[in-house]
Design a protein around this ligand. Structure first.
Ligand code: IPE
Ligand code: IPE
Ligand code: MG
Length: 246
C-alpha cells in the first residue's frame, strides 16, 4: 500500500464518482446494477476517509445535467440514494460523521429530500468528518444563484456592492463555510470537471484514474493521496518561496 504522511493529509477531498454505467456494461449488466455497485464503493470510501482522518469529503453523486437521463435511471438513482441514507445513518452516527449537501435539493424526489433532512438533523452534532453530498448540483447554477441572491440583498440594503470580495462571494455559495477542496479525484479515465465546484477548485490538485467507480478501493484512495503529497502547491509563488528558501 502507498505510504501516506499523516501530517500532510488533504483537508478536503472531492470525488467525481464516474464509470458506473461502463462498469455494468463490462459485466454484461444493466446500468442500474452499476449504480448499486457504486453505492458499495461509496461506503468503503467514506469509511476509509474517516479512518485516515480526512475532515471533509465531497462526493458528486448527481449533477444538474443528470436529470436529463432516462426516467428509469433517474428514479433508480433517487431510490438508491434513499436506500443508502436509510442503511448508512446508523454508521454515520457511530463514526461521528456529519452529513451535509450542496445542490438544488428542492428538486430531489420528496422521500429523498425528507430522508436527507432527517439524517442531516440526526448527525448535525458530529464532528469527526463532514460527508458532503453534491446532489442535483451544477456549479454554474450555484454561481448564478449566488449572484441573484447578492443582487436581491443589495436591493434590500443588506449588502453594499463595494463590500463584495472573494470572502463575501463565497458566503453566497452552497459551500459557504467549507474549505476549498485540496484534492479532486475523478474516476473512469475522463479528464473533465463536468460543472463541478468551478469556483472552489481554483487551486485544487487534480487526480485522474482509469479505475471505474465501482472498482474504486481504499488502495486507490491511498494512491491518490500519495500523488497529492508528492506535489508542490505553489499558489502562484516560486518553488523557493513556498519551500521557505526565498
Ligand atoms: C457515475 O457513473 C454516476 C452518475 C453520474 C450518477 P455514470 O452513470 O456516469 O457511468 P458512465 O459514465 O456511464 O460509465
Ligand atoms: C459527472 O459524471 C456527475 C457525477 C459523477 C454525478 P457524468 O457522467 O454525468 O459526467 P459527463 O457527462 O461524462 O461529463
Ligand atoms: Mg459518467
Amino acid at each position: 500500500m502507498p505510504e501516506i504522511d499523516q501530517n500532510q493529509l488533504p483537508r478536503h477531498i472531492a470525488i467525481i464518482m464516474d464509470g458506473n454505467g461502463r462498469w455494468a456494461k463490462q459485466h454484461a449488466m444493466g446500468r442500474i446494477r452499476g449504480h448499486k455497485k457504486g453505492a458499495q464503493a461509496v461506503r468503503t470510501t467514506v469509511t476509509a476517509c474517516r479512518e485516515l482522518g480526512i475532515s471533509c469529503l465531497t462526493l458528486f453523486a448527481f449533477s444538474s445535467e443528470n436529470w436529463g437521463r432516462p426516467g428509469e435511471e433517474v428514479s433508480a438513482l433517487m431510490n438508491l440514494l434513499a436506500d443508502y441514507l436509510d442503511k448508512e445513518a446508523p454508521t454515520m452516527q457511530k463514526q461521528e460523521i456529519r452529513l451535509t449537501t450542496i445542490g438544488d435539493i428542492d428538486r430531489l424526489y420528496a422521500p429523498v429530500r425528507e430522508k436527507l433532512l432527517e439524517v442531516q438533523k440526526l448527525t448535525r452534532q458530529n464532528n469527526k468528518m463532514v460527508l458532503n453530498l453534491a446532489l442535483s448540483y451544477g456549479s454554474r447554477d450555484e454561481i448564478l444563484a449566488a449572484v441573484k441572491k447578492m443582487l436581491a440583498d443589495s436591493r434590500e440594503g443588506k449588502l453594499s456592492p463595494d463590500s463584495v470580495d472573494q470572502d463575501v462571494f463565497e458566503r453566497y455559495l452552497y459551500t459557504s463555510g467549507m474549505p476549498d477542496p485540496d484534492l479532486l479525484i475523478r474516476t473512469s479515465g475522463e479528464y473533465r470537471i463536468s460543472n463541478f465546484l468551478l469556483w472552489q477548485m481554483a487551486y485544487t490538485e487534480l487526480y485522474f484514474t482509469d479505475v471505474l467507480w465501482p472498482d474504486f478501493k481504499k488502495d486507490d484512495l491511498l494512491k491518490a493521496i500519495a500523488a497529492y503529497q508528492s506535489r508542490e502547491r505553489r499558489f502562484g509563488l516560486t518553488s523557493d518561496q513556498v519551500s521557505g528558501r526565498k
